[in-house]
Design a protein around this ligand. Structure first.
Ligand SMILES: Cc1cc2nc3c(=O)[nH]c(=O)nc-3n(C[C@H](O)[C@H](O)[C@H](O)COP(=O)(O)O)c2cc1C
Length: 203
């Protein structure tokens, strides 16, 4: 029997059961129906410290990520993502970009770059993209407006790239702040399910 596709979703929303969480459930639900092994990581539940710019993790030239000195759960999260075949990065738009929760996580991806003292700019350690990614984002404004006026999708794709994943789909959910309880349209649910099946199939 072929090994099931392992998919890990990372959620940068401050609330569970919200728009991003619900969209991720649709994606992972469809993927699980196709036999994928799915996991959800809520950043809000995890102990992730701010990068202190000590650059200890960036000093050694190695294709593997550098080791961070901070005693938190970041290494455990990165291990889970690196052991996955596909990842989902989901985040609401707050003040025109990703939430502070997601930004704090993304800044910690510095360990995937080599930047010893004396070198002008960082270099990504490994440009291989063995994984696939789906990016989910949501905003109060219509999706097209938010997507075109912000670098948010690019930032999430870039973060996925640092994690060794090539983005194969984007689900941008606009008009997502009209009610306290999220209600995804049939079109969004359909697209979310299609993306889940695509990830499960290894496409
Ligand atoms: C502090 C804050 C800032 C926000 N900033 C924006 C914004 O700049 N543009 C926008 O369209 N929506 C903005 N929103 C609306 C959120 O994007 C929306 O509520 C969110 O996508 C819902 O996702 P969730 O249910 O997963 O939390 C903001 C909401 C909050 C609470």
């Amino acid at each position: 029997m072929p090994k099931p596709t392992r998919i890990t979703a990372i959620i940068g929303s401050y609330r569970k059961g919200g728009v991003n969480d619900t969209a991720v459930d649709e994606i992972l639900g469809a993927a699980a129906e196709k036999g994928a092994k799915v996991t959800k990581i809520y950043l809000i539940d995890r102990r992730v410290s701010f990068c202190t710019n000590c650059r200890t993790c960036m000093q050694d030239e190695d294709p593997q990520r550098g080791e961070c000195v901070l005693p938190d759960e970041m290494a455990e999260i990165l291990n889970a993502l690196e052991q996955s075949d596909a990842i989902v990065m989901a985040c609401p738009m707050n003040f025109g970009t990703v939430t502070a929760l997601m930004k704090r996580f993304i800044e910690r991806l510095a360990c995937f770059a080599y930047w010893p003292w004396g070198m002008r700019a960082p270099k990504v350690r490994n440009s291989a993209r063995p994984r696939r990614a789906v990016v989910v984002a949501s905003s109060a404004a219509p999706a097209l407006v938010s997507r075109n006026s912000s670098r948010m999708v690019g930032l999430l794709k870039n973060a996925a790239g640092m994690l060794g994943a090539r983005t194969v789909g984007v689900l941008f959910i606009g008009q997502a702040a009209g009610r306290p309880e999220p209600e995804l349209s049939a079109r969004i649910r359909k697209k979310a399910r299609m993306l889940g099946m695509k990830l499960a199939a290894g496409e």
